[in-house]
Design a protein around this ligand. Structure first.
Ligand code: OFO
Length: 176
């Protein structure tokens, strides 16, 4: 049986993942209203992945014999200054999430909960990719500077992102 402390940490992480989805939806709307539909698409796909991250933890809590407790999701905060402001905020947010995930990994280690440690390691690795993706986009935005043509090229690149279910074996996410 998983400890109450670890269950609480995982519950909080479900909330954090759903909040991430909510935040990325609000950023997506911001980009769509600025006529950057590619960036809006990238953020919308990101939001979908975050929901899957949350559902996967929700299922794990059940699989460990505990009951997920869903709590209030906060209103997304921050007003974003253009595409650079949005992706700076994405990176900052992902760095924060990395801290939360690492804290769960440390707790699982402390409690000698090897199963939970192994479960959360997927998220530890995922955070490396998520931070790197956001950093790459920020670097491109910085290179582009004020060139509107190149900005549209980047927007087209971001439009190509499609949703890939990160957990195809999770029955709750089958067909998602
Ligand atoms: Fe942005 O990543 Fe979830 O965990």
């Amino acid at each position: 049986m998983i400890s109450e402390k670890l269950t609480k940490a995982l519950n909080d992480q479900v909330n954090a993942e759903y909040y991430s989805a909510y935040l990325y939806h609000s950023m997506s709307a911001c980009m769509e209203s600025a006529a950057l539909k590619g960036a809006a698409n990238w953020l919308f796909m990101q939001a979908k992945e975050e929901m899957a991250h949350g559902v996967n933890i929700y299922q794990y809590i059940l699989d460990r014999g505990a009951v997920p407790k869903l709590t209030e999701i906060a209103q997304p905060t921050g007003s974003f200054d253009g595409i650079k402001g949005v992706f700076d905020a994405v990176l900052e947010h992902e760095q924060k999430v990395t801290g939360l995930i690492n804290a769960i990994a440390s707790l699982a280690m402390q409690e000698n909960d090897h199963a939970c440690y192994q479960f959360i390691m997927w998220y530890v690795n995922e955070q490396v990719e998520e931070e790197s993706n956001a950093s790459d986009i920020i670097s491109k935005i910085e290179l582009i500077g004020d060139d509107k043509g190149l900005l549209l090229t980047l927007d087209n690149e971001l439009a190509a992102r499609t949703y890939v279910n990160p957990f195809p074996n999770n029955p709750k996410l089958a067909g998602a």
